[in-house]
Design a protein around this ligand. Sequence first.
Ligand code: SD4
Length: 312
Amino acid sequence: GGFKPIVISTWAEGINANKAAWEILKNKGRALDAVEAGVMVTEASQNCCVGLGANPDRDGIVTLDASIMDENGNCGSVGAIERIKHPISVARRVMEKTPHVMLVGQGAQQFAVAEGFPLEPQKLSDDAERTYKEWLKKAEYKPVINIENSGQKGHGPFAPTRFDNGDWNHDTIGMIALDATGNLSGSCTTSGMGFKMRGRLGDSPIIGAGLFVDNEVGAATATGMGEEVIRICGTHLVVELMRQGYKPEDACKKAVERIVKKNYERAKANQVGFIAINKKGEFGGFCLQSGFNFAVCYGDNTNFMVDAKHYF
Ligand code: SD4
């Protein structure tokens, strides 16, 4: 059986984000409002890996990606936006106020400013400053082709790496929700991979890769190495698998298996995690490597972490 309303989101930061989303869901609010308000908490927290406090690209500039999708199949996204605190809200404005789905870079920032979003100072958080300086010591400042294929441990300059305690270094929150009226929506917001090449976009701003919602079927979002997710149109695949009858966890597992089948070595060296909910409010997740978890909330006192099962 499932739960309604329900909200789930990626990684431990999901707990706080879910709380904000739940305030809306429990009052019979719209899933779209819940998934926006939820991830705004993470975007605003300076001590996390999402939003302006996060790690910069190789040039030392924080560039943010976000996407949002509602129950009617409307969607909006921003790619590589700079100096804006809440990319998710800009993505929502792109969806609601423009004829377009995606705005990137300078144009996205220009639109945000025209919509009244303040331009924040271009300054790294203390944590990011420290990490960036550390990274610069060894950084080979040139694009490495197929670094993810090179077999290097530590996975190259912008791949997710493990901390000594076994946690994954991550930069994203993806959230999906089913509201009291039975409508689904989702959001995804990220700084992308730390020390990525300037201009690099991951899966998070790409509808069907980092986020997909079909109100007849379900919703899914992704985290981890975005390139792997884009190559298989990951969340679109998860939703289509649910349409075929797979439960959320099994659909996520199938998508992970697709990544492995495409390129075993690359899959083995990387992390990708999917989470999904279906129209009944059943939920699940699956990932490549151990260590990915997600936060699940369907009651005032029901907000807990689930360790996703993993392929390797
Ligand atoms: C990206 N998927 O930009 C994002 C990164 C991520 O936890 O999820 N990090 O590829």
